[in-house]
Design a protein around this ligand. Structure first.
Ligand code: MSP
Length: 526
């Protein structure tokens, strides 16, 4: 398809100093839903994730473990790939910053920046947070209570910063204040949500300082091509992954075809790197800018940020084991609003499982399929057209409106509201069943009752089909199982939407099977 839209979505590349926890999985699952949603729409999609393997933080972790940095990276990077497999993540590529295809691109961008006069050598002294791999001014540092300017702790990690002195290659970030402000002005969607955009604009308005882009005291990184006593600072190295994965520095034809990215999905902790430094680097290198950046909030556990030191990290496998991967994916997108910080709790995931999945979705599927088996010989009746029965019409309208609204909300990164809207359609179908009582209609000899029975069950099946299509980016496994029960050909993710989710697609006469419950109810753990 010549005019097929292109959608390129990324996650941050994760540091390998830590094994994956639900915070990493949160960004990855959200990006996966977007990738799957765009595939469902028929777009050409490229979905990238990977690992960030250079820098002081990784080098120190390796040293603590008594192995070389590369050995350490080779141990931890596969854990992120396992997380992706466990969570049904459909990434098209997995980039590691120690791969030759990546380091070639880092060399290319450094040389381009240097050739364009964007780098210079200078002395630097500053306060550095190793977990952030970033510098802070004294005014930004906090005390134990989090008061800015009152202490020597990193505002994000609340750990002490280190005094650093070095002779480094600097990037002329200060020259990009106005071009960046112009960018945020001309493309208001470049940073989303709006609250984050305002934060970035306010930060850039205060003025920007040049930033050190190399390190002389560490060796774990990409050597500066013209000054091999220095290695690239981890951030320009890491950010470049978004381009090296699509051929920057190795395959120019592919790069021209597949860059720029449509959206970088990130957590709020790395907003400045993506919304300020990254576009400035691209402007300085004369390269196209991405479509934008979306920064979500943090997942908290018991009201606190997860960290190794607090020992409150939760790993995806613990939850998948109990609730399954579909509930895992659904829960984080439905229960935590995408943008602000949110909390994880065992009580709330159990409630979502039993309430939304076992009760609303599971119950709708099992009761409709059960009645089609019992009263209609397990064959799908015709999908009722609008205009025959006011109760059925109400459902047809509710499903049509929900489908349209759902797409709009997903495109707006508003996952929780999108799911709420879709659940509204399921509840409307459950209500139709309760109001029309098909079990009574089935006993009647009156042909009008028979017609109504078929209309109600046909409407129930058609609602389930549309739900399976629309929900497939969020719960690919459960929707495929539901599709099988409905006896439909192909898969719910074949799309394309919106056509595949329009009322009327269920083929009459299809053989359905109720089978096991999609989501058997679960008791609270003793
Ligand atoms: N390596 C850098 C990113 C480079 S991107 C070019 C990095 N890595 S990280 O391992 O620390 O992961 C950061 C990302 O993981 C966050 O931006 C966020 O997307 C995700 N999360 C890590 N902990 C999180 C929570 N507790 N909650 C939600 N997401 C969080 O920074």
């Amino acid at each position: 398809m010549a005019d097929q839209p292109y959608y390129y979505v990324t996650t941050p590349i994760y540091y390998v100093n830590d094994v994956p926890h639900i915070g990493h999985a949160y960004t990855t699952v959200a990006a996966d839903v977007l990738a799957r949603w765009h595939r469902l729409r028929g777009d050409r999609v490229f979905f990238l994730t990977g690992t960030d393997e250079h820098g002081q933080k990784v080098a120190r972790t390796a040293e603590d473990k008594g192995v070389t940095p590369q050995e350490w990276c080779d141990t931890v990077a596969p854990r992120f790939e396992e997380m992706n497999a466990l969570l049904d993540v459909s990434n098209d590529d997995f980039i590691r910053t120690t791969q030759a295809r990546h380091t070639a691109g880092v060399v290319e961008i450094l040389e381009t920046l240097n050739a364009n006069g964007a780098l210079y050598l200078d002395d630097y002294e500053g306060l550095y947070c190793v977990p952030c791999e970033g510098y802070y001014t004294p005014a930004e540092l906090v005390d134990d209570a989090g008061t800015p300017g009152a202490g020597e702790l990193c505002p994000i990690h609340k750990t002490p910063v280190e005094h650093m002195k070095d002779r480094n290659w600097f990037f002329r970030l200060s020259q990009y204040q106005q071009p960046l402000l112009d960018l945020y002005e001309s493309r208001p969607d470049f940073v989303r949500p709006e609250s984050r955009r305002n934060e970035v604009v306010a930060f850039v308005r205060q003025g920007l300082e040049d930033i050190s882009f190399s390190r002389s005291k560490i060796t774990w990184g990409v050597p500066i091509p013209w000054d091999r006593d220095q290695v690239a600072y981890v951030w320009p190295d890491a950010l470049t992954n978004y381009m090296t994965a699509v051929g920057y520095g190795t395959d120019q034809a592919r790069f021209e075809r597949d860059w720029p990215a449509t959206v970088h999905m990130i957590g709020k902790d790395i907003l400045r790197f993506h919304a300020v430094i990254w576009p400035a680097m691209l402007l300085a290198a004369g390269l196209p800018l991405p479509g934008g950046v979306f920064a979500h909030g943090f997942l908290l556990v018991g009201g606190e940020k997860m960290s190794k030191t607090r020992a409150n990290q939760i790993h995806p496998a613990e939850l998948v084991e109990t609730f399954g991967v579909d509930c895992y994916r659904y829960y984080f997108l439905r229960d935590v609003s995408f943008g602000p910080d949110g909390s994880f709790s065992w009580e709330s995931i159990l409630e979502r499982y039993n309430g939304d999945l076992a009760n609303d979705l599971g119950n709708l599927a099992s009761r409709v399929l059960n009645m089609v088996e019992r009263y209609l010989g397990a064959r799908a009746p015709a999908v009722p057209a609008a205009g025959d029965d006011p109760a059925v019409d109400k459902l047809v309208d509710a499903v049509g409106e929900a489908a349209a609204e759902y797409g709009r909300l997903i495109d707006d990164f508003d996952f929780d509201d999108a799911l709420t809207v879709l659940w509204g359609a399921m509840r409307a179908a459950n209500r139709l069943v309760e109001d029309t009582e098909p079990w009574h209609l089935a006993k009647s000899e009156d042909p009008a009752d028979r017609r109504r029975l078929e209309a109600v069950l046909g409407a129930g099946l058609e609602t389930l089909r549309i739900v399976a299509v629309l929900l497939s980016p969020v719960m690919p496994g459960a929707c495929a199982r539901l599709w099988d029960k409905l006896g439909l050909d192909g898969s719910p993710s074949d799309g394309p939407v919106p056509a595949a989710a329009l009322w009327g697609g269920f083929p009459e006469g299809t053989a359905v099977t109720k089978g096991d419950a999609l989501f058997p109810r679960m008791d609270a753990p003793a």
